[in-house]
Structures are given as C-alpha cells and as structure tokens.
Design a protein around this ligand. Structure first.
Ligand code: AMP
Ligand code: MN
Ligand code: MN
Length: 351
C-alpha cells in the first residue's frame, strides 16, 4: 500500500499544513490548549502533538479551561494536562512563545484561556476539523472539515513531517479517532479513518483495551439518569424528530455534571425513521446546552451556528441562556422545517 493511500492530501482551500510545520519549527516553547469540556479528540490530539514536539527537544505545556474527565485521565500519564488556575495560567503564558489550539477554531470555545490570550501578544496556530468558524483565529490555520477528527489531521501532519509513531503517540491518536467517529460508526468514518486506525494498530495500539479504558467510567447514577431521560423521550414530526430534556434537578439527584450526557443524544438515532435528535440539557438553572444530531439527511450545524454555537453537519451544539422552553422555541421550528422539506423532496421524487 502506498503512503498516498493512507495520508489524505492537504485540502487546498482550508489547510496550511506547510505553514504549520514552519510555525512549530520557529518556536521552541509551545503551549497547547483545546475546547472547554474537552473530549477524546481534543485531549488525544494534545497528547500526540505534545509528545511529537517534545521528541524534537521543545518545551511543551498543556493548559485547558476544564479538568480532564475520568475517562481520559490515563492520557495524562505522559505529561501534565493542566486545567484553569489563574496564576498558573499567567505563568504558563509568560513561559511560552506560541499557542496551538486544537479541535476548535472558535476563540470563545477555549474558555478562560482566551482571556489570558487577550492580555498576551502571542502567535497562535489552530488545528481543527469543524465546519463552523472556518477561517480560524490563528496566524496559521489548519482547518480540514473533511477530517473525521483533529487527531486525523495531527496524524497527517506527523506523516508529512516524517515523525515516527511511538506506541504512546499511536494510543493518543487512536483515542481521538475512536471517540470522534463513535467507534467508527458515524458518517465521518471513511477509508482514511480506517487506514489510519490500521497504522495505529501496527504501532502498538490495543483497540479492545483502549475502548474499555474510555468506556468503563460511568456511575450507576449516570445509567439511571439516561433511563429516566430516555423514557420521557418525545417523538415529533411524525416520528422524524426525537426530543430529550434533562433538568437541573435530575443532574443533582444523580450527582452528575454536564459532561455526563456524553453519548445520550446519540441513542435515539437507532429508532427507525428518525432524521434528527435534539437534547436540551439544563445543568444549571437558566443555562441550556443544546445538542443536535442528524442521521445523515438534514444538516443541523447551521441551526446552532445561527444561535452562536457550531459543530459539524450532522453533530452540533450551542449553549443558550433561558429556560428549556425558550431553547426549544429557538431550535425546534427550524428543525421541523428542515425535516418537512426532506419529506417534500422525497414526495416529489416518487410523484
Ligand atoms: P455535543 O453536542 O456537545 O456533543 O457537540 C457536538 C459537536 O458540536 C461537537 O463537534 C462540538 O465541538 C460542537 N459544539 C458543541 N457545542 C458547541 C458550541 N457551543 N459552539 C461551537 N461548537 C459546539
Ligand atoms: Mn471535540
Ligand atoms: Mn473533534
């Protein structure tokens, strides 16, 4: 198999891979960050990139707004993944020459790290795969929406730079790829994702072990909470739209936080005939996290982008202030319109 089959060619429109490699060559003290409530892709990409840059003799630090969820704590055994602490944040910025932002191209999504960045003049490079905010806010932006995960872009960059894959780097990249593709089930899974997985396995990854390391951290309360929310699911628009709601009282009673809803919105996609799922998750009174998913025929990122959020064509989110009823009123009419338009198209086709 040729290398060309494994590496996705650099897409001319969004990506500046060469500029990124020059950027890291120019700086010797690098600070890495990712989005708030980090996931396997943000954290796995950070660890892989940090280990790569450290092997080049660079000083690398990682600072995120939020703490590392238990499921990904094992990734931090190679290097500290620090979370927000104001004085330490100032110190890390003072001791770094450049910032690399992974898995978001939206400045607000790095949370409190953005506030420190506003006070420090520092060159920024962005590596991301989201469709929204495609221009990025870095001097260098490697934004490739066709990539399944940011980890996949880091993998391609490493291949272009001729960096060897160590078992530790392969493990971090596999976590990124596995989590963002829903274990190779979502529409972003393509041959490149599978080729990449094969190469990671050839470099020491044990897929079964990593899968269970990431997916065996739930509490019994979390499963009871899922059960409660799912048993109250609503079917709208002739069963094409599923709506789920979670209240602050439910989060509190089961001892859960916002990141515990991970995976919940994906479950109703298994219902026959469903086109889209909306989860309105009110962790604290007056703050509603909306998660939208499409089963592939409608695009939903534009609904979230219009309200200030973003994501991908078939998986997107936004945080809204107000009640769950307010959030539903902002999101559901447009979702219904999109699903109804699909019906009109199919009806035309069969007429
Ligand atoms: P979630 O529903 O939180 O699992 O997010 C689905 C996708 O949308 C992920 O790729 C997120 O990065 C993205 N996303 C979620 N919330 C936001 C937001 N407030 N702004 C921008 N992107 C978001
Ligand atoms: Mn992410
Ligand atoms: Mn991602």
């Amino acid at each position: 198999m040729s290398d060309a089959a494994v590496s996705r060619p650099s897409p001319a429109l969004h990506s500046d891979r060469r500029a990124f490699l020059d950027f890291v060559a120019r700086h010797s003290r690098l600070l890495l960050t990712t989005h708030i409530n980090p996931d396997g892709d943000g954290l796995g990409s950070e660890v892989a990139l940090a280990l790569w840059l450290r092997s080049q003799g660079k000083q690398v630090r990682v600072l995120n707004d939020s703490v590392v969820p238990h499921a990904f704590a094992f990734l931090a055994r190679h290097l500290p993944l620090e979370s927000w602490e104001p004085e330490r944040a100032e110190q890390l910025f003072n001791e770094s020459d450049a910032l690399i932002v992974l898995d978001t191209s939206n400045r607000q999504r790095i949370g409190r790290v953005a506030e420190v960045l506003a006070r420090h003049v520092m060159p920024v490079a962005v590596v991301d795969h989201h469709v929204t905010h495609q221009r990025g806010f870095g001097q260098v932006n490697v934004i490739e929406p066709e990539a399944s995960s940011t980890g996949e872009i880091v993998f391609d960059l490493m291949r272009e730079a001729g960096v060897p894959l160590t078992p530790e780097i392969a493990e971090a990249l596999y976590v990124a790829l596995m989590t963002d593709t829903g274990s190779f089930r979502y529409s972003n899974t393509d041959s490149h994702a599978h080729h990449m997985a094969a190469e990671l396995l050839a470099n020491g990854v044990d897929p079964q072990r990593l899968h269970s390391q990431v997916h065996t951290h739930a509490s019994a309360g979390r499963l009871r909470f899922f059960g409660e929310v799912l048993s109250a699911l609503e079917l709208l628009d002739d069963g094409k739209v599923v709506v789920l709601e979670a209240s602050p009282e439910q989060f509190q009673r089961h001892g859960l936080s916002g990141s515990d809803t991970e995976g919940l919105v994906d479950l109703p996609r298994t219902i026959a005939g469903v086109e889209a799922v909306a989860l309105f998750s009110e962790v604290e009174p007056g703050k509603v996290k909306v998660s939208l998913r499409s089963t592939g025929r409608v695009t939903i990122d534009d609904i979230c982008a219009r309200l200030g959020g973003g994501g991908h064509a078939h998986a997107a989110g936004v945080l809204l202030r107000g009640t769950r009823a307010d959030a539903r009123a902002k999101v559901l009419p447009e979702l219904s319109r999109k699903v109804a338009a699909l019906g009109a198209v199919s009806a035309q086709r069969f007429a």
